[in-house]
Design a binder for this molecule. Structure first.
Ligand code: PLP
Length: 375
């Protein structure tokens, strides 16, 4: 059993992927070939609501490009959840700004809007509160309406880190159109993954899209050697775009399958009193990048499952504010207690569109045995 079975997906698509890769080898436009613009168009149609998609080299570059487009620099404070992947805070630190770690909501694992408001109030005067990166952890879109109630009053922007939630929805709107600026990742294990690194920035603002396109190629202007700003080399490879075009064709079906797997877990785990199942608020559809539960004695349970041949993962064992490079930044007075407590309890179970019912039943019954101390 695999935590995420990429081979099952490849078996379904292999002939089309072979043909798509061969087409790139034939035309030879490895950098910014026609598949890149084609993919950007199709991703925008997938999201709908008049968004523009600017593809890039990774989810990390997507965050960096988004913050560069917002002009983040020294003296700026950007608020992020303490419980997230390192890339979320990394982009802020790389630009010389200050990541401020805020606690999460214990039910949705998303940045807690009231804790955000408290942290903004407390910020020392030498720091400027400019924006927020909200993270849609495990695939569940954050409550962007509640967050913007906090940020709009202070003229702060919100960037959605949707590396895990692309394919999800909230109140009928697709992830990508929930905020003016969204970033995502096409790392192989994400819901929509390529065969290497890839990412995208999605925006509703035409001017921002133009800036992002320039930033992605060294800050070029109208001409390639007409440099108008400091940028990066952040392009998506044509080969990865070609692969993503094939995978995008079955992405809606895969999201539905993930939903079926999640529903099945949620029903089957209802009888296990010790297990806290993921909560999906009304009107939300998760992309189910992960199916993450909370269990007592998490590390022992994970070890038992590993002995039984059931892979699990812990996202994340330690909140970012406790990692040495991030421990020295200014911090709000309230400890991110929820983040700390989640870090010791969360356990992600095998989740992918091709997980069989038999394998799922085995995960649930072995988990029950592990929790009861049965052999
Ligand atoms: C995976 C991930 C990223 C980074 O994406 P890469 O493509 O690996 O650079 C950023 N944020 C979150 C929340 C992620 O899960």
């Amino acid at each position: 059993m695999q935590l995420i079975d990429l081979a099952a997906q490849q078996a379904r698509l292999r002939p089309e992927i072979d043909a798509a890769v061969a087409a790139v080898l034939d035309h030879g436009a490895y950098i910014m070939g026609p598949e890149v613009a084609q993919l950007e168009g199709q991703l925008a149609s997938f999201v709908g609501d008049d968004v523009i998609v600017v593809s890039c080299a990774s989810g990390t570059d997507a965050l960096l490009l988004a913050l560069m487009a917002r002009g983040v620099g020294p003296g700026d404070a950007v608020f992020v959840p303490a419980f997230t992947f390192p890339a979320t805070a990394e982009a802020i630190a790389l630009l010389g700004a200050v990541p401020v770690f805020v606690d999460i909501d214990p039910e949705t694992y998303a940045l807690d809007p009231s804790r955000l408001a408290d942290a903004v109030e407390e910020l020392p005067s030498h720091l400027r509160p400019v924006g927020v990166i909200a993270v849609d952890l495990y695939g569940l879109p954050s409550d962007y309406r509640a967050l913007s109630e906090v940020t709009d009053r202070r003229d702060m922007w919100v960037v959605a880190d949707a590396a895990q939630s692309f394919g999800g929805r909230r109140d009928g709107t697709a992830v990508g159109a929930l905020t003016p600026l969204t970033t995502t990742s096409f790392f192989p294990a994400k819901p929509l993954g390529c065969y290497g690194d890839g990412g995208a920035v999605i925006t509703t603002e035409a001017e921002t899209a133009a800036v992002l396109r320039s930033l992605r190629v060294h800050g070029a202007g109208a001409h390639k050697y007409d440099i108008v700003r400091v940028g990066i080399n952040g392009r998506l490879d044509t080969l990865q775009a070609a692969i993503l075009l094939v995978k995008l064709g079955i992405f809606s079906d895969e999201i539905q399958r993930r939903q079926q797997v999640a529903t099945r877990y949620t029903d089957a785990l209802a009888d296990l009193d010790d297990v806290v199942r993921p909560m999906v608020p009304c009107g939300c559809a998760s992309a189910w990048a992960q199916y993450t539960v909370r269990v007592p004695g998490r590390d022992a349970v994970a070890a038992r499952l590993r002995e039984d041949g059931i892979p699990t993962a812990v996202y994340y064992p330690r909140p970012l504010h406790q990692q040495p490079p991030y421990a020295g930044y200014w911090r709000p007075s309230a400890e991110p207690a929820v983040s700390l407590s989640m870090a010791s309890q969360v356990l992600s179970l095998p989740m992918h569109p091709y997980l069989s019912s038999a394998d799922q039943d085995r995960v649930v019954s072995r988990l029950a045995d592990a929790l009861d101390g049965r052999p």
